[in-house]
Design a protein around this ligand. Structure first.
Ligand SMILES: [Mg+2]
Length: 189
């Protein structure tokens, strides 16, 4: 299936869900592309996983923002590759830096930059420690086994709407008391 075919199928999958995330965040190594970019030369021409581009285009078409959260120690190479692939300008936030935390600091920065609350985000990554840490922040987080693909997208959207409807129910149940805690996600507004 080419990029266009994947994009059409991704659009169909998104058309079936009632609620889309406002932001989808991707890891780079072994999520968008099948290698560690620190092991590559900038001069190479990188390749994405086969479904990655079609999914990115479909999200853009549906008005869903996309961002990157990567712990790569070689942001230079990562940026060069994103440019070569012609997708760099698609991302509203790109947090690419090595860190000791499992991407919680990446997500704090993304939240500050985009003002999008954690429970409006969907995240794809291939490392379970990142998935554990980031899902505790309230982000719907999906572990990918072989890069991001249509199956992962379908699962992500379905988990997202489940998480979202249960958090909405909690909010309503807690009434006014919830106001303070729910606003802490966008404290600086
Ligand atoms: Mg990775």
């Amino acid at each position: 299936m080419g990029d266009e075919g994947v994009k059409n199928e991704a659009m169909e999958i998104m058309g079936l869900v009632q609620l889309l995330p406002r932001l989808v965040v991707f890891d780079l190594d072994y999520t968008l592309w099948p290698f560690y970019c620190e092991c590559r030369s900038k001069r190479e021409m990188p390749k994405l996983y086969p479904h990655a581009k079609g999914i990115l285009y479909a999200l853009k078409d549906k008005g869903v923002n996309v961002a990157i959260a990567s712990r790569s120690p070689t942001p230079d190479t990562a940026n060069t590759f994103l440019e070569k692939l012609g997708i760099k300008s698609m991302f509203v936030a790109q947090e690419i830096f090595s860190s000791r935390t499992h991407k919680t600091d990446h997500f704090q920065r993304i939240n500050r930059r985009t003002r999008i609350p954690y429970n409006e985000m969907l995240f794809f990554d291939d490392e379970d420690l990142n998935i554990d840490a980031v899902s505790k922040m309230g982000v719907t987080s999906i572990l990918v086994g072989n890069g991001v693909n249509l199956g992962a997208l379908r699962q992500g959207l379905s988990n997202f709407s489940q998480n979202h409807s249960s958090s909405e129910r909690n909010k309503q149940g807690r009434g006014r008391i919830s106001k303070k805690s729910s606003s802490s996600e966008t404290e600086e507004e």
